[in-house]
Design a protein around this ligand. Structure first.
Ligand code: PLP
Length: 402
């Protein structure tokens, strides 16, 4: 982006610079960026990639799944890992499949593209908590939203969803982890509605996909979200979030891969005669890097991390309460949000003290995402700076001496 200032621009060639000058410029640019390793980022759903994943980026630098015939090894690796994901997410024994995408934005756009073509529907039934990638998808695809309200815990209201499903519905969308609250919609009920109405249910599990399968059985069984539910027809998951893979790493899975035929085109000048999905040439080294992260951690590693993040989230909820903040909901995942009428004020206060936290809109509040880069030892400092901020911007009810 070129900023708002109007500058005189004179036409000119591309400058050559010595490697030393280039290195200096690049180092300076990078030094301005936030570093996950510093443990001060609480406003992002991304994180430091697992160390095992980083080292495979360069060796696979030229891999391009847009032309899989030139990288059959990477293509096979990709299929192998997709197969593992299908097993993790209870894909049916035959017919299921999917492909790599750049992240859940592309996954959501593609899923709605597939289901619009498949059903001929013109509307999408989705919760008001849906990620803004759906706004892009609706606009691109010429689909109309039928927004569904959410309850106090940020979960889609099932009855209202049922009312909005009709013959015009191209897809019903549910969230396995909302962006603002980490709320998990009642997907079991929504899947039943979808199945009965003959409407595809797309589950956006960008936030919860690498947490929900690794929660204690009691919680996990209460929150089914994947192909175990027959109404679920597609699933978006993002290894580049809690999967601890480098960006861009997203996966889109379908219960019946054959249903995606309408998003295939002939690609006669490439190694493969058919190309599927949105992207052409694509960065594919992250497939290898994701493979490395997933196998460095395994289910056991993800389980341990899920446990740690939920423990930290619980700590933050308790400390927030002690500071007079009311959690919007008891977090099931790794997202903690507190009601606050001036979230932008708190956010700016925290930023001045070197913390990245988010302001949320629905309801107004401040949000902390506990990600693998969160360092337990730093949390008391986060709490102390928050406490100071709350003296300046008191939480709702504090003035009345609540
Ligand atoms: N869906 C949800 C629920 C998200 O939280 C996000 C991003 O945070 C996305 C989709 C978009 O993911 P990406 O930015 O990786 O494309």
């Amino acid at each position: 982006m070129t900023g708002g200032r109007v500058r005189q621009r004179t036409p000119g060639p591309l400058r050559k610079a010595s490697p030393l000058r280039v290195a200096q410029r690049l180092r300076r640019a990078r030094a301005e960026d936030w570093d996950f390793g510093g443990g001060r980022i609480f406003g992002s759903l991304c994180t430091e990639p697992h160390p095992e994943s980083r080292r495979w980026l360069l060796p696979f630098l030229t891999a391009n799944l847009g032309n899989p015939g030139l990288c059959p090894g990477t293509a096979r690796l990709s299929e192998e890992l997709l197969e593992e994901f299908l097993r993790l997410y209870h894909g049916p024994p035959t017919g299921a499949g999917g492909w790599w995408v750049s992240g859940a934005t592309e996954a959501n756009v593609t899923a709605l593209w597939v289901f619009r073509n498949l059903t001929g529907g013109s509307e999408v039934v989705l919760p008001v908590s849906a990620h803004f990638s759906f706004a892009k998808a609706l606009d691109l695809l010429g689909l109309r939203p039928r927004w569904v309200p959410v309850d106090g815990a940020g979960r889609m209201e099932t009855e209202k969803a049922r009312d909005r499903v009709s013959r015009r519905t191209a897809a019903l969308v549910a969230l396995a982890g909302s962006t603002e609250l980490g709320a998990v919609d009642p997907i079991e009920d929504l899947a039943a509605i979808a199945l009965r109405a003959g409407v595809p249910l797309h589950v956006d599990a960008a936030v919860g996909g690498f947490l929900l399968p690794f929660l204690p059985a009691r919680t996990r069984d209460r929150l089914p979200f994947d192909f175990r539910l027959p109404g679920v027809r597609s699933l978006a998951v993002d290894p580049h979030k809690l999967g601890q893979a480098p960006i861009p790493s997203g996966v889109l899975l379908f219960r019946r891969l054959a249903e995606t035929a309408s998003v295939e085109v002939a690609s006669p000048y490439l190694s493969d005669p058919r190309a599927r999905g949105l992207l052409g040439t694509r960065f594919s080294a992250t497939v290898a890097a994701t493979y490395a992260a997933v196998h460095a951690l395994g289910s056991e590693g993800y389980r341990r991390e899920a446990q740690r993040l939920r423990r930290l989230a619980g700590w933050l909820v308790r400390e927030g309460r002690r500071l007079g903040l009311e959690p919007v909901t008891d977090p099931v995942l790794n997202v903690v949000a507190f009601h606050h009428e001036n979230p932008a004020g708190i956010q700016a206060w925290m930023l001045q003290r070197g913390w990245d936290v988010s302001a949320i809109e629905r309801p107004p509040g401040i949000r902390f995402v506990l990600m693998p880069h969160a360092r337990e030892g730093l949390l008391p400092r986060l709490r102390d700076d928050l406490a100071a901020g709350l003296r300046r911007f008191p939480p709702p009810g504090a003035a009345a001496g609540r």
